[in-house]
Design a binder for this molecule. Structure first.
Ligand SMILES: NC(=O)c1ccc[n+]([C@@H]2O[C@H](COP(=O)([O-])OP(=O)(O)OC[C@H]3O[C@@H](n4cnc5c(N)ncnc54)[C@H](O)[C@@H]3O)[C@@H](O)[C@H]2O)c1
Ligand SMILES: CC(C)=CCC/C(C)=C/CC/C(C)=C/C=O
Length: 428
């Protein structure tokens, strides 16, 4: 049996013991992960120096501070996230319990990329642990030293049966992808993303794909150009331009250099320190240009005009939306599917189970669905199903009383009808 298969089977066995479900266990594991990040900061930054020449201070700033924040948030909010979520009731369920119960999915596969190897591999793991899953962690082989630190040190802190680290390259990842998972969380390029989704489809496994793309940056003529240039330069050249959400090209009424829209540099994600500038005639032209292309992971707008700002874009800055745990982070179309960070990561890796716990009473109301079906019953069904009631405003007790009256009326109608039938039979 392959090493990869063994790891998945071990994780499945651990999950099936049920020990990852209690919140105390999840919080304990999250706190151990926090301890790992703090105590092993030197191992982490030494490995990143060797892998990607990242600086000693850049490592906490761009990779591990965000992880610490996400762990802290998950520890503090877990009870709230994992609790049953009551939902609005309709007339038919007024006296029942109706709620959403987040449940663990099972065994999650996390495939990380090399460019921010801690942020993009451990952050999904935080969501997986918080949601009560087991997880097989597959760091990128490109950042080999980091991968080794994860393989050697994470098991000293985490439940190693529940969260095994599997290292290796393409053959090892492909062997992992042959196994059955309950969710696959992949970060990397779109071409491999398609292979991951294809492999997942064989087991009908849901996927989160955190991909890349060409994130446009629109600079309006009336923006503060000094600040815009400083922030865009930071966003573009951080990590040598190898950031999934780096501004990829600029659409600028201020002409610096013309780049033809069909130039090679405008066809694929650049992922390096090149920043083409495209001249457009205004915001409408910029929107048309962006919409003609694949959907990007991020959109940057530098403008005083807040009409150009909307959800899912970052106005007047670059990259920093990644650090806001309250925002879902993820792509759309060619830049990916699914999202995470904070509660979104918890929800992404949970099964949001719809629960309806019915009372045995109020059987009168149910007469309308039992055969024989009549026009009168259909009228009642229309009323119960289509009537919109603001239960909070009317008051729960008043609604229950109303429901009881309606149930009695429906029941009465049925009794009268039965009596009539009985009478007719007797007369015959
Ligand atoms: N959306 C995000 O959060 C995010 C974050 C980081 C990077 N990215 C994107 O990722 C890309 C850069 O990463 P990359 O793809 O070079 O990373 P990579 O080369 O590290 O590959 C990612 C993972 O895919 C696996 N893999 C590679 N080829 C495979 C194959 N043929 N079959 C199965 N598995 C395979 C690798 O083992 C690795 O674990 C960029 O497009 C960037 O924008 C996105
Ligand atoms: C330092 C602050 C405020 C934010 C960090 C922004 C940043 C560099 C995000 C990188 C996000 C990321 C993992 C991208 C993947 O390629």
């Amino acid at each position: 049996m392959s090493r990869e298969r063994q790891a998945v089977e071990r994780a499945r066995k651990a999950f099936l013991t049920g020990r990852s479900k209690p919140l105390d266990y999840r919080i304990g594991q999250l706190k151990s992960l926090q301890r790992f990040v703090v105590e092993r900061q030197k191992d982490i930054s030494d490995a990143l120096k060797k892998d990607l020449n990242k600086s000693k201070l850049g490592t906490p700033l761009y990779e591990t501070l965000g992880l610490e924040g996400e762990i802290l948030l998950a520890v503090n909010k877990l009870a709230e996230w994992a609790a049953p979520r009551p939902v609005e009731k309709n007339l038919l369920t007024l006296s029942d319990q109706v709620f959403i119960q987040p449940e663990p999915l099972g065994v999650v596969l996390i495939i990380g990329a090399w460019n921010y190897p801690w942020a993009v591999t451990i952050q999904p793991l935080i969501g997986a642990i918080a949601a009560g899953n087991a997880a097989v962690v597959k760091p990128s082989e490109v950042s080999a030293h980091t991968s080794k630190v994860m393989e050697e040190l994470l098991p000293l802190y985490l439940d190693k049966e529940m969260y095994p680290v599997v290292t290796g390259g393409v053959p090892e990842t492909q062997e992992l992808l042959k196994q059955r998972f309950d969710h696959i969380f992949y970060t990397g390029n779109s071409t491999v993303g398609k292979l991951v989704m294809e492999a997942a489809s064989r087991h009908l496994t849901p996927v989160t794909l955190e991909l890349g793309g060409k994130s446009p940056c629109y600079i309006d003529k009336d923006c503060d150009i000094t600040i815009a240039c400083r922030r865009i330069t930071w966003g573009k050249y951080t990590n040598c331009g190898q950031t999934c959400i780096a501004p990829d090209y600029i659409l600028s009424p201020t002409v610096l250099r013309d780049v033809k829209p069909d130039a090679k540099v405008m066809q694929e994600e650049i992922f390096g320190p090149l920043l083409p500038i495209i001249t457009v005639s205004g915001v409408d032209d910029a929107i048309r240009f962006i919409n003609e292309r694949e959907k990007p992971l991020a959109l940057y707008v530098f403008s005083q005009d807040n009409k150009t700002s909307s959800g899912g874009v970052l106005a007047n800055d670059c990259l920093v939306h990644f650090s806001v745990s309250a925002l879902p982070f993820g792509g759309v179309g060619n830049s990916g599917m699914g999202s995470y960070h904070g509660k979104f990561g918890f929800d992404q890796l949970s099964h949001l189970r719809g629960c309806l716990i019915k009372k045995l009473g109020m059987e009168g109301v149910n007469q309308m669905r039992y055969p024989p079906h009549t026009a009168k019953k259909l009228d009642w069904a229309r009323f119960f199903i289509l009537k919109q009631v603001d239960v909070a405003r009317v008051g729960r007790m008043a609604m229950l009383a109303l429901l009881a009256v309606i149930a009695a009326v429906v029941l009465q109608v049925r009794i009268k009808k039965n009596n009539r039938a009985l009478h007719a039979n007797c007369v015959q």
